[in-house]
Write a protein that binds this ligand. Structure first.
Ligand SMILES: Cc1ncc(COP(=O)(O)O)c(C=O)c1O
Length: 454
């Protein structure tokens, strides 16, 4: 391909991408059956010879774009996955063409610089210990796994157990205490690390989904306690002050899963929900949820950055680096500079812009809850403390049927869930594009009676 063609191809990709973005407010939020069926056109044999990249791109857009779930549009109220801020998308475009292996300063001075600035800004806006280290990883799942690995290694090291050389055979048992409604990915991370489910102690949560600190299982210096800032269904927060107080007395390690909820800390109105969590040892959060960065964008934040870097170190004879190089704080050795879109969002929104976005979503969630509760058989069953609205139906339509009927309109999309053993559906507001008019529109769709035409 000539450099002229390369230039034209990139322009065509950008034009197609911006055409897609221009359509996200009016597109059906989810593809219909025919658009999904058309994906079978991708079922072809591996090409023996080169294909024209322009043809490839055309096919990708013509068949692919209609088969997207338009989660980057304003009417997507499904999983808490945010949208894509233009500044983040633009910065990510540069990251793609720079094609940096952002493992260390030696491999990419620009990535190392901006990820270091992003680290300082994230610690500042979330008001977490300024000396902490941040690994910019792929997901809250991977970042949680990294934090648990560091926590276990450190708790054992405090008892002079050399995990790196002696492994776990014969080591003191490290226990884990989790809320009984911890996110599934916490269980996954622990399972991968070899913490058997039967050895995990579950802390009882109250009706709202917060750990009851009076019934917390015993903690000691061999315990990792995992707390939640933003429970995935209800949006609730554990009571950090009493729980972390107990953990500190016992010498336990405290980890906070704040995949989306940690961003409440960037606001004035909702910060109180997070009070005390700054005393924890580690935290995870995502950029690709409430900060509206592209995938894969997450953060593992560890107060004792040196302990974290010792646990994740990957220095090789041909690739040694500064201890806090990103390859020594994440699971990857070769990696994308995921901190750059995070830097771009913080640079363009600033402290005030992030706070405004998060506060707006929380206000809109309340507006949504008020607009639908008691109508069309809908019952809101959570305290809308954040951006999550959890509902059930009490008419003759199950939550699953109701959800399917609404999603079939193509005008909204959200998912089902289960709360305290009962079927539910869940609406999340986390996209920068969602305006109050979009919420009003969603209310009118959700309160349409069955059999009426939309
Ligand atoms: C509370 C909570 N923790 C962890 C995760 C996992 O995050 P990720 O999808 O980035 O792995 C999620 C994702 O929905 C979540 O809501």
């Amino acid at each position: 391909m000539s450099s002229l063609d390369e230039h034209d191809l990139m322009i065509e990709a950008d034009v197609r991408a911006s055409d897609y973005l221009r359509s996200v407010s009016t597109r059906n939020v989810y593809p219909d059956q025919s658009q999904i069926a058309a994906l079978s056109e991708f079922d072809e044999a591996l090409p023996e010879y080169p294909t024209d990249p322009f043809d490839m791109l055309r096919k990708l857009d013509m068949l692919g774009s209609p088969a997207t779930s338009v989660s980057t549009g304003p009417n997507y109220l499904g999983f808490v996955i945010g949208g894509l801020l233009p500044a983040a998308a633009a910065a990510d475009r540069m990251v793609s063409v720079w094609d940096q292996c952002a493992s260390s300063h030696a491999n990419s001075p620009i990535a190392a610089k901006l990820e270091s600035v992003a680290k300082d800004w994230v610690l500042d806006i979330l008001d977490l210990p300024r000396g902490a280290a941040i690994g910019f990883g792929t997901s809250a799942t991977a970042c949680g796994l990294s934090c648990f690995a560091a926590a276990r290694r450190e708790l054992l090291a405090r008892q002079n157990w050399d995990l790196d050389n002696d492994g776990l055979v014969g080591a003191p048992e490290i226990k884990v205490v989790l809320p009984d409604i911890a996110h599934i990915t916490i269980f996954k991370a622990l399972r991968i690390l070899g913490f058997g489910r039967r050895h995990i102690r579950l802390a009882k949560t109250d009706k709202r989904g917060r750990i009851d600190s009076d019934t917390l299982p015993p903690l000691d210096r061999n315990t990792i306690l995992c707390l939640q800032a933003g429970e995935v269904n209800s949006g609730e927060f554990d009571p950090f002050i009493p729980l972390i107080g107990k953990a500190q007395k016992a010498g336990a390690w405290v980890h906070v899963d704040g995949a989306f909820g940690l961003w409440a800390r960037a606001t004035q109105t909702h910060r109180h929900l997070t009070e005390g969590l700054e005393q924890a040892d580690s935290w995870t959060t995502d950029g690709h949820k409430w900060l509206n960065t592209p995938y894969d964008s997450a953060m593992a934040i560890v107060k004792d950055g040196d302990a974290f870097a010792r646990a994740l170190n990957a220095d090789a004879v041909y690739a040694t680096a500064e201890p806090h190089a990103q390859k020594n704080l994440t699971l990857e050795f070769s990696r994308r500079a995921r901190g750059i879109p995070i830097w771009a969002v913080l640079k363009t929104l600033g402290r005030q812009g992030v706070s405004d976005m998060v506060e707006r979503h929380c206000r809109q969630a309340k507006m949504l809850a008020k607009g639908i509760d008691g109508k069309n058989g809908i019952q809101v069953i959570n305290n809308v403390v954040l951006n999550q609205v959890l509902c059930t139906t009490n008419g003759d339509e199950t939550p699953a049927d109701f959800t399917a009927r609404m999603n079939a309109t193509g005008k909204v999309w959200f998912g089902t869930s289960v709360w305290r053993g009962k079927p539910a559906f869940r609406l999340s507001v986390s996209n920068w594009r969602t305006t109050d008019s979009d919420i009003e529109r969603a209310i009118s769709i959700l309160t349409q009676k069955r059999f009426s035409r939309l």
